[in-house]
Design a protein around this ligand. Structure first.
Ligand code: BES
Ligand code: ZN
Length: 607
């Protein structure tokens, strides 16, 4: 008997809890979705999709379990809708009336389905378009293994609608299941429960996400992937060629999860694995639940860039558990996440490193803010009529984290950590607005003096902005001063962030002789650290340093991470001759970029 109880407890400990989708919610108005959740909403979705690498499309169906009557409105983008059916029991489906509305460039087109009396399920049979913005289809030649093609998705902020017709608003949470069919030698992974760690590839995969998540967190990757365990509940998936390097770089992953839990409460998503994508991945990382997607450009060999992994892990609380209700509230996701990221980094690598990383982010924030219109310097940004990507600046990230740090400094760490734990607990598995955060803060910390409204609804950095004291960067500032006087440098034991600070602290305009001397001494053109190489290439373009040209072209042909490639193309395009060259390079590389990155570079040339 005792044995049985033990087993039951063990099972209860492993099995993820099935969370009810809350039905008594009110929905904030989301200007980036056509959905009318107050009339009818999706509660649960079941996907059945075939991955067609030849035609570069996903084809199949989705069944939505719904709540509501009359009609239901879904979001779509570039989808081919074959038919729509309705059902009262989920078994017997009859064809239903539907209409696809006008296409908006940013939002796509609404799909309105008329619901016969008693409808509880609708089934949509559809296919994606080869140009679906969420999907990148890589040819075998564009992968590390060179043998099989590769597909992966990027849903945030409003791209999921280009591969699934659904209510694509972060305020509308759903659970999902999926069947994915592909060639037998490929693995498919999703942001859900999956047993791919142990199974042999079969070409037929099932997934189950039992906790309600916003649609932007539905993710899929298909390719020749392998798994390596890191800790009991963590591991890494990637192509064979990157497996050793990835497992080594992320060897602290299990410990990161434990430290985060100790700070902010139980990790609620069962496993925490990382998928390392091909270098074309358009962003640094994406917090898909249970399966973070990450760029391989953080594989520096010395763990110097793993704060990105802490960041995506932090989203397991801020973002995935408690979600921004609309993209105007994005700072609730990212500001909290940068704050928690800092705390995890501090636990693992010490205060000095964490503060140094924060100081670098703050310097980046200030540089970016100088170019932003005042209205885009608010934490809460009005995005009506705009692409939500326009709200993705360092303001929600770093200004957001700075405000939370200011609160910590006023009320003390212990009290503030208690607040955050309570906040994650109280709003777990819900989507909330900035106003809801404000009133919760007032309720729990009535004594707070900080002018929160100023932070949220005014431009710039308030006078209450905390000062971040990064000793390790002061060391670099001293050396920069020496360099300017032509003195020899003492750079022994510098870590990556110090080098980065050094490169960014050099004068913008350098002579070729100065560039040559720096390169001979410090071998920047050969750097294996993507952040350093990027900073150096930027300087090289600006100062026409020809010996870095080959490295620049190589970098741009492999890497699709927008953070790197946008500034490089922009710097090239500053002169008329440079712009011609940049466009030619881009034309050559475009097929290697995810549609999101390609569009971002094209937008830059149009300026
Ligand atoms: N959730 C974001 C990525 C994102 C934001 C995608 C908005 C699309 C729209 C992710 O957590 C993130 O912030 N990634 C950063 C890295 C991080 C360390 C700052 C990135 O990709 O650069
Ligand atoms: Zn983030």
């Amino acid at each position: 008997m005792r044995f049985l109880v033990g087993v039951a407890l063990l099972l209860a400990g492993c099995a993820p809890k099935i969370e009810e989708v809350k039905t008594n919610v009110t929905f904030a108005e989301d200007v980036h979705s056509y959905a009318k959740p107050a009339e009818a909403r999706v509660l649960h979705s079941e996907l059945d999709l075939k991955v067609d690498f030849e035609k570069k499309i996903l084809e199949g169906s989705v069944v939505h379990k719904i709540d509501g009557k009359g009609r239901i409105v879904l979001d779509t983008k570039d989808l081919h809708i074959d038919k729509v059916e309705a059902s009262a029991d989920g078994q017997k489906f009859d064809s239903a009336r539907f209409a696809l509305g006008q296409t908006d460039k940013i939002l796509g087109a609404p799909l309105e389905v008329t619901l016969p009396e008693g409808t509880k399920f609708i089934k949509i049979t559809y296919a994606t378009s080869p140009s679906a913005v969420a999907l990148q289809w890589l040819e075998a030649s564009q992968t590390a293994g060179k043998k099989s093609p590769y597909l992966y998705t990027q849903g945030q902020p409003i791209y999921t609608r280009s591969w699934i017709p659904l209510q694509d608003s972060p305020g509308i949470r759903i659970t999902y299941r999926a069947r994915i069919h592909t060639q037998p030698n490929f693995f498919a992974l999703m942001s859900a429960n999956n047993d791919q760690r142990t199974s042999v590839p079969s070409g037929d995969y099932s997934f189950d996400m039992t906790q309600p998540i916003p649609p932007y967190l539905i993710a899929l990757a298909v390719g020749e992937l392998q798994f390596r365990m890191i800790g009991a509940r963590t591991g890494v998936y990637t192509e064979k060629a990157m497996l050793d390097a990835s497992a080594k770089e992320f060897e602290d992953l299990d410990q990161m999860v434990s430290e985060a839990e100790r700070l902010y409460g139980t990790y609620r998503w069962d496993r925490h694995d990382v998928l390392v994508l091909p270098p074309s991945f358009p962003i640094g990382g994406m917090e898909n639940p249970r399966l973070t997607f990450a760029t391989p450009t953080i594989l520096a060999g010395d763990k110097s860039l793993v704060s990105l992994i802490s960041h995506e892990l932090a989203h397991s609380w801020s973002g995935n558990l408690v979600t921004n209700a609309t993209w105007s509230d994005f700072w609730l996701n990212e500001g909290f996440t940068v704050y928690v990221e800092r705390r995890i980094q501090e636990q693992l690598y010490g205060k000095q490193r964490s503060e140094m990383e924060f100081a670098i982010e703050i310097a980046e924030l200030k540089a970016e803010m100088a170019k932003l219109e005042p209205k885009d310097q608010h934490l809460f940004v009005n995005l009506k009529g705009r692409d939500p990507e326009e709200g993705v600046t360092l303001v929600p990230y770093v200004k957001g984290a700075l405000m939370l740090r200011a609160i910590e400094e006023e009320v003390g760490r212990e009290k503030w950590d208690g607040f955050i734990r309570g906040y994650f607990e109280k709003f777990a598995f819900t989507s909330i607005t900035t106003a809801m955060f404000e009133s919760y803060l007032k309720e729990k910390l009535p004594e707070l003096k900080l002018n929160v409204k100023e932070w949220i609804y005014q431009p710039g950095l308030p006078a209450s902005t905390p000062k971040i004291d990064a000793y390790l960067l002061k060391v670099v500032d001293d050396q920069l001063a020496s360099w300017k006087k032509g003195e020899a440098l003492d750079t022994k034991e510098w870590v990556a962030q110090q080098w980065l600070h050094f490169l960014r602290g050099l004068p913008q305009d350098l002579t070729v002789a100065q560039m040559t001397k720096l390169d001979q001494e410090f071998k920047f053109t050969q750097s294996k650290n993507s952040e350093l190489l990027d900073a150096w290439l930027l300087l090289s373009v600006r100062n026409k340093y020809a010996p870095a040209q080959a490295a620049l072209e190589n970098f741009l042909s492999r890497v699709g991470r927008q953070k790197f490639i946008k500034p490089l193309y922009a710097e090239m395009a500053k002169t008329p001759e440079g712009k011609v060259k940049a466009k030619a390079l881009f034309a050559k590389n475009k097929a290697n970029y995810h549609p999101i990155s390609a569009a971002a570079v094209e937008a830059l040339f149009a300026k």
